[in-house]
Design a protein around this ligand. Structure first.
Ligand SMILES: [Zn+2]
Length: 145
């Protein structure tokens, strides 16, 4: 990770920070990509659920005529129960949030306005790519002169 350059230190007379901003956007792009990867990662239990569902479908299609209706209901209810139970014990969402917190910690000092150092991390990469100015109203920075 590249450190913020000395040019980024507050200079009241400097308004245009295009070069610094381009560097920040590069960091932002990596941050956004890493964040999206975490958000998109599927839970491990999804594979168990898919496998069980495929097995149940195969049983019903190929052996449906040999098993009683009661057993079919039990099979379907069992599938529903597995779905509920794995959902209860799945802490995948919590793990995702923890990973995102650690990622934020790594990037929050890099993703700041080059002039006033206010945080940019709470908006998305797309937002800052189009934005010309800082969200701090007292800051007169211009990212794309
Ligand atoms: Zn600013």
């Amino acid at each position: 990770m590249l450190p913020i350059t000395k040019n980024a230190v507050y200079d009241q007379n400097q308004i245009f920070y295009k070069t610094e901003y381009q560097k920040i956007l590069t960091h932002f792009s990596s941050y956004q990509k890493a964040k999206n990867d975490i958000l998109k990662s599927p839970s491990g239990t999804i594979y168990i659920k898919i496998i069980l569902l495929v097995i149940a479908i195969i049983i019903l299609i190929f052996f449906g005529e040999f098993i009683s209706d009661n057993l079919k209901y039990a099979l379907l209810l069992g599938l529903g129960l597995v779905n509920i139970i794995t959902g209860l014990f799945d802490n995948h969402q919590i793990q995702k949030l923890e990973k995102i917190d650690l990622l934020k910690l790594n990037y929050e000092t890099l993703l700041v306005c080059p002039k006033c150092r206010s945080k940019l991390i709470n908006q998305s990469y797309t937002y800052w790519k189009e934005k010309q100015s800082c969200n701090n109203h007292k800051c007169d920075v211009n990212f794309y002169p």
